[in-house]
Design a protein around this ligand. Structure first.
Ligand code: UD1
Ligand code: MG
Length: 459
């Protein structure tokens, strides 16, 4: 058989310390579920096949699309990590590979570069088991590595440690490469006679080592990236590491990010060169931002596409929208889903748009709502313009053709169409279509009563 390997990810646990209705591996870290993050890492190592052991909320996990070819294995009852591996016994027997790479599903910030040496050493030395350890400043919660003078090795779980063993800084990471036949012969020897009453996978290290098999620990120099996410605080710590890693990689690609501590950029976000991100900016989802843009401060962008040379100024929000090149947005602007801002347009203070196409070089500078509308090129939307798109039952469309001038304080009662180059007088309530090049006035005439105030005062 070959030196190839299959991968097994353990994700069946109930994760009681997480105190969540949702399985912990489905919680997001910078926009990606924890399990997806682990899978991305594992696939980069080139396994022949990937299995995930699922149990708690397995239907929800199995329904998620992880994009790659995965085989699910069920662990009906969650009786410990060794029991989880046992659930995959038949799959492993049939695997056309010598080795299995096993990883806990709650280690999402480990990089493939950190794991590659483990696999290389295992294959080169033809070990029965090679597993990853790390020296940690605070190893509490992790199993500790204990060696005797005969070179034998074992892992003792946190709960089982003696006070002197607690001082040991070298911890078990939760990542192992086994020869499949050695794993399968040793697994049934594990008992659950311990403080948690669980079958610990880590007991296998002692079993194989004491059988005189080749067991090798491999200490990673990247101890800082070993965060096993067992509770929400560890989740926050892992997110912080990933967040800084993302900022660093963007900075290396030519993006200026001024304030590391207040910037949140999801893992799948792409940003072009010479774009500048000011402080307190959150960019989420699969957002793509072009080059030479200014974003922020205090800006929130979700799953949007932003072109080149775009300025998104103070306290603006953009959701699921498209912004073409040379657009200026903000300050204090809200672009709701399905908005398209065409090239060179300008949207300013307290303007909200939703499901609206806003044409080239058009402007809406102040305090307006434009919903379900199509607005042509070179249109001027005066301050306080409102599309009345909702009649209480249905949404209706507003069409404004190229070159239209909409005076301040206009209400456009949809469905309505304003023809090319038309002009709407300020304060109009437009309820009927306006012809091209016409002036539309839809407001009551101003009347004046001379001397009215003087007469009133005399009374
Ligand atoms: C485990 C290790 C510990 C190591 C630590 C590193 C054991 C006994 N201990 O402890 O030595 O330092 O990881 O992070 O392995 N799972 C199942 N089925 C179960 C139980 C757990 O699939 O019955 C899965 C969980 O979903 C999780 C993984 O196995 O993804 C690890 O379980 P967890 O409870 O987090 O183990 P730790 O206490 O962290
Ligand atoms: Mg854990």
């Amino acid at each position: 058989m070959s030196q190839e390997f299959v991968a097994l990810i353990l994700a069946a646990g109930k994760a009681t310390r997480f105190k969540s209705k949702k399985n912990k591996v489905l919680h997001l870290l910078l926009g990606k579920p924890m399990i997806q993050q682990v899978l991305d890492c594992v696939f980069k190592l080139g396994p022949k096949k990937v299995y995930i052991v699922v149990g708690h909320q397995r239907d929800i996990i199995e329904k998620q699309s992880f994009a790659k070819d995965i085989t699910f294995v069920t662990q009906e009852e969650q009786l410990g990590t060794a029991h989880a591996v046992l659930a995959a016994k038949e799959a492993l027997k049939q695997a056309e590979a010598d080795n299995v790479f096993i990883m806990n599903g709650d280690l999402p910030i480990i990089r493939p570069e950190t794991l590659k040496p483990l696999l290389d050493i295992h294959k080169k030395e033809r070990n029965a088991l090679t597993f990853l350890t790390a020296d940690m400043d605070d190893p509490s919660g992790f199993g500790r590595i204990i060696r005797d003078d005969k070179g034998r090795i074992k892992v003792v779980e946190e709960k089982e440690l003696t006070p002197s063993q607690k001082a040991i800084k070298e911890a078990n990471v939760g990542i192992y490469v086994f020869k499949i036949n050695e794993l399968l012969q040793a697994l049934p020897k594990i008992s659950n006679k311990n403080k948690k009453g669980e079958y610990y996978l880590t007991d296998i290290i002692e079993i194989l080592s004491f059988q005189g098999k080749k067991v090798r620990s491999c200490k990673t120099p990247y101890g800082k990236e070993i965060v096993g996410i067992n509770d929400r605080f560890e989740l926050a710590q892992a997110v912080d590491i990933l967040r800084k890693r993302k900022i660093k990689s963007l900075a290396e690609e030519g993006v200026t990010i001024y304030d590391i501590s207040s910037t949140w950029i999801d893992l799948d976000v792409k940003i072009g060169r010479d774009t500048v991100i000011y402080s307190s900016v959150v960019i989420e989802g699969e957002t793509v931002i072009g080059s030479n843009c200014q974003i922020g401060p205090f800006v929130h962008i979700i799953s949007s596409k932003i072109g080149n040379n775009v300025r998104v100024l103070t306290s603006s929000m953009i959701e699921e929208s498209t912004v073409e090149d040379e657009v200026q947005i903000g300050p204090f602007t809200h672009m709701r889903p399905k908005t398209i801002l065409r090239q060179g347009s300008k949207v300013g203070n307290f303007v909200e748009m939703k499901n609206t196409v806003f044409g080239r070089k058009s402007k809406a500078g102040h305090v307006s709502y434009l919903g379900d509308s199509e607005i042509g090129d070179m249109v001027n939307i005066g301050a306080g313009t409102i599309t009345c798109n909702y009649d209480g039952v249905k949404k209706h469309k507003t069409l404004i053709e190229n070159g239209v001038f909409v005076g301040s304080g206009t209400e456009l009662v949809a469905p309505v169409k304003v023809g090319k180059d038309a002009y709407i007088g300020a304060g109009s309530t437009i309820t009927k279509d306006v012809s091209p090049e016409a002036l539309a006035l839809a407001r009551s005439r101003q009347t004046e009563k001379p001397g009215w105030v003087r007469r009133k005062r005399k009374k």
